[in-house]
Design a protein around this ligand. Structure first.
Ligand SMILES: [Zn+2]
Length: 323
């Protein structure tokens, strides 16, 4: 047996990552190789299948290698992994005394070999040699394809339809939904008097008609089957951004992924119209909505207090998502 190239072993890790993807898992694969070329352990991410946060590719590969080689010390071995290890796996690599870590793609979200933190540089008693970037492009593409496919599937599964508001009948429907949803959603955030004032000013039939005719707004009703699920309103701005004015899902239809599907729809509107970002304002105390926006990748870009008349103000954050 002879040691082959880093690329050779990384290709095996990539095959394992592909297998994980085919099982619906985030594609990550790992291989532990002894310096004479003997493959001591293989692993792939199986967090979903095993419903277990510990089931990362590196942990599985190290586990198998320890059993194959009959000891916890993996001195003289290298681990090849398609993605920069998380803190747990970085810890496992230190604890198993692996000589060397070779990884492909950096992980800006939880990479612990330099991206978020450099656990290996903290001064623990064992420090493996680290080689980043081997077959990086292939692994990045694998992840990108996987998440792209996942988004398409989610949208398809959510099965929503968006219908652009054109008729006064549709305007009436939106105003009715606004009245229902706002009175259910906002009482914990603003007074009922302010809700009524704002509904009249912004979401009455005449207000919506005016926005459509004179203010460049577009309204879309969100439907699932034959049912009205919610609505969204947007306004393309001349600075190249899409202002997301309203996105509301009725109470009984929340937590089904419809909101996320609407965001995907809005991103498509941006792409179709050459817009490069979606921005919105949200009340600073509207914690649930803020969490949803953050989860969807929005970032705070500012804040402001707007006087909307009659002694009411809107105390808002500005959020933006680059498309
Ligand atoms: Zn990990």
């Amino acid at each position: 047996m002879a040691f082959k190239s880093d690329e050779y072993y990384m290709s095996i890790a990539i095959e394992l990552a592909r297998k994980a993807a085919s099982e619906g898992e985030t594609p990550v694969g790992a291989v532990v190789v002894r310096n004479d070329g003997f493959i001591a352990g293989k692993g792939r991410n199986s967090r979903e299948r095993d419903r277990n946060a510990l089931c990362h590719a590196e942990i599985a590969a190290i586990d198998e290698a320890c059993r194959t080689l009959g000891g916890w010390r993996l001195c003289g071995c290298t681990i090849y992994v398609t993605l920069e290890p998380c803190p747990m796996c970085a810890g496992a690599i230190i604890n198993s005394r692996l000589d060397k870590l070779v990884f492909a793609a950096a992980d800006p979200r939880s990479g612990s070999a330099g991206s978020v933190a450099d656990i290996f540089g903290l001064g623990y008693d064992h420090r493996p040699e680290i080689v980043p970037g081997i077959m990086e492009k292939e692994c990045k593409e694998l992840l990108k394809d996987f998440f792209g496919e996942l988004r398409r599937k989610n949208r398809k599964m959510s099965g929503i339809k968006t219908v652009e508001v054109k008729t006064s009948e549709q305007v009436k429907k939106v105003a009715a939904m606004a009245d229902e949803i706002w009175h259910e959603w906002f009482p914990s955030i603003i007074s009922v008097e302010q809700i009524d004032y704002m509904l009249d000013k912004f979401q009455s039939e005449s207000a919506i008609e005016n926005q459509l005719k004179n203010e460049n707004y577009r309204y879309f009703i969100v439907m699932k089957g034959g049912e009205y699920v919610g609505y969204t309103a947007v306004r393309p701005d001349s600075d190249g951004r899409l202002f997301l004015s309203k996105i509301y899902i009725k109470k009984e239809h929340r937590r089904k992924g419809y909101g996320k599907a609407v965001f995907e729809f809005l991103k498509e509107i941006c792409r179709e119209n050459g817009l490069n970002a979606i921005w919105l304002t949200v009340n600073k105390h509207n914690d649930d909505s803020i969490n949803v926006y953050k989860k969807c990748g929005f970032k705070i870009i500012g804040e402001d207090v707007t006087d909307i008349g009659s002694g009411y103000v809107m105390d808002d954050y500005f959020f933006q998502l680059d498309v």
